[in-house]
Design a protein around this ligand. Structure first.
Ligand code: ATP
Length: 463
């Protein structure tokens, strides 16, 4: 695993990615024609496919491929008491300072602030004035709104700042309806909202984002003879740490850009028994940053919901005739932040031998690429477009395909390289004679001649 001190930082490609993503329809600024909304982004035709492929891989790995994790899709709006129980009403805050001169706001711990806010030497990082920064005050990051027609304090609800609480409050519903036995997990993918004071870095930190969270419930005092491969809570914690790191490797993220960060005693939540972040090196000044948290949350969440709701959230182990509140191992990853990691990891500019013009490539894992195959007729005549269109239609039944007959063939390849399409198929004069086509690999640039009716199987094997 990487050590940030021994590897030179990869280049900062964020600015180039923002422009590529807009130009090619991955990601657009929200409400752009009105000047944009602060740190909210819309996924275009290719971006929605990429993010969906990432979410599908997560869902398949955690829910579909296992018999000990169940899926859930809980609502965004929840009973306001949920957020009192979870600690978010009292504690989900960041310290905020305002500049009286330029009216800008900052997190009090922003490294760009010089001096001490609230004193004459505190200097505003935006307008440069001294003594204009307010004392830090706590700012709750939850978005508030009202349920029903009356806008008073009794009707306040929150947009959820994390998806996990929907899992805790449904713990017994899921367990009893599926008859799962501890240890087991509940997983869900959904939107979360945080009124971040300093969002930014494209889709790295936004105010509306998607999380993929899984809560795994384990026995606090498992009997010695328990037969599951892992027994104690700490064994399960280690298991999930490794599983989740492997999932990121399997997305194609480079080993040298991934590492664990163990929470220091200051970072560790008071109830947490252990916590590691999986970090990815975004390059440039951003460097290594959290993309996923793997946390041992003890019995804090179920315990608090028991206390605040007055309803028991105990698991009944029938064979052993024991009742207990399980411990929770949580894995929590951002779908948008992972999408950014995949884009950053894949972006490269390179020279091609024998060609003047360089190329930009998104070296996406073929399974994640929004388009799997580009299909081109070499020229727009002699039956080539008809053959190619028919081939594209046949392939489209299996994967997303892009048919392109405009411009020089080299340019068509470049356009697909830039959006990460792993394979391109070209129909030429020979195709018309013997029904063979050339298939080109995005990364090696190697071309092979194969029978047109074998293309589907050839591509399927590689994705
Ligand atoms: P950070 O320290 O970066 O604010 P966090 O520790 O608050 O993150 P968690 O509450 O553990 O984050 O959320 C789990 C995951 O959700 C993060 O690892 C990240 O991938 C994602 N996430 C959290 N906040 C945001 C955000 N504002 N925008 C995009 N993704 C986010």
């Amino acid at each position: 695993m990487a050590s940030p001190s021994t590897t030179s930082p990869p280049p900062d490609v964020l600015e180039k990615l923002v422009s590529l993503c807009k130009r090619r329809g991955f990601i657009f600024q929200s409400s752009e024609i009105y000047g944009g909304t602060g740190s909210v982004w819309d996924y275009g035709p290719l971006g929605v496919e990429l993010k969906k492929n990432i979410k599908d891989r997560w869902w398949n790995a955690l829910v579909r491929a296992r018999d000990d994790i169940e899926g859930l899709d809980a609502a965004i709006l929840m009973h306001p008491r949920v957020w009192e129980a979870s600690g978010h009403v009292a504690g989900f805050t960041d310290p905020l300072v305002d500049c009286r001169n330029c009216k800008k706001r900052f997190r009090a711990d922003d490294p760009k602030i010089k001096g001490t806010p609230g004193t004459p030497d505190g200097q505003c990082p935006a307008c440069g004035m001294k003594g204009t920064l307010s004392q830090p005050r706590l700012f709750n990051l939850m978005f508030k709104t009202f349920m029903g027609p009356v806008e008073d304090s009794a009707a306040v609800v929150y947009l959820r700042p994390e998806t996990a609480q929907g899992i805790y409050v449904n713990f017994l519903n899921v367990q009893q309806s599926t008859r799962q036995r501890v240890p087991f997990g509940i997983a869900q993918i959904g939107k979360a909202f945080r009124n971040e004071i300093t969002p930014g870095n494209f889709i790295f930190r936004t105010r509306e984002f998607e999380q993929m969270e899984m809560q795994f419930f384990v026995d606090p005092a498992p009997p010695d003879q328990q037969k599951t491969p892992y027994r104690t809570d700490m064994e399960w914690f280690e298991y999930w740490k490794e599983q989740r790191m492997q999932w990121h490797r399997d997305l194609g993220l480079s080993e040298s850009r991934l590492m664990f960060h163990q929470h220091t005693p200051e970072e560790l939540a008071h109830y947490a028994r252990a916590a590691f972040d999986i970090q990815f090196d975004f390059g440039g000044t951003l460097g290594f940053q959290e993309i996923e948290g793997v946390h041992h949350r003890g019995d804090f969440d179920l315990g608090r919901h028991q206390e605040f709701s007055g309803k028991k959230l105990e698991y009944f182990d029938q064979p052993a005739n024991r009742r207990y509140v399980p411990l929770v191992i949580e894995t929590s990853v951002g779908a948008d932040r992972t999408t950014l990691a995949v884009l950053v990891n894949g972006y490269r500019e390179e020279q091609v031998e024998g060609e003047q013009e360089g190329r930009t490539v998104l070296g996406l894992h073929p399974g994640l690429a929004p388009i799997k195959v580009g299909v081109f007729p070499l020229v727009k005549k002699d039956g080539m477009p008809e053959f190619a269109e028919k081939l594209a239609a046949d392939l489209r039944a299996k994967f997303p395909v892009f048919y392109d007959e405009s411009g020089a063939i080299g340019r068509r390849y470049r356009r697909q390289d830039e959006v990460g399409t792993p394979f391109c198929v070209t129909v030429d004069g020979e195709t018309i004679k013997d029904s063979t086509v050339t298939v080109r690999d995005r990364d090696t640039l190697k071309q092979e001649r194969i029978a047109a009716d074998r293309v589907g199987e050839w591509v399927a094997r590689r994705i």
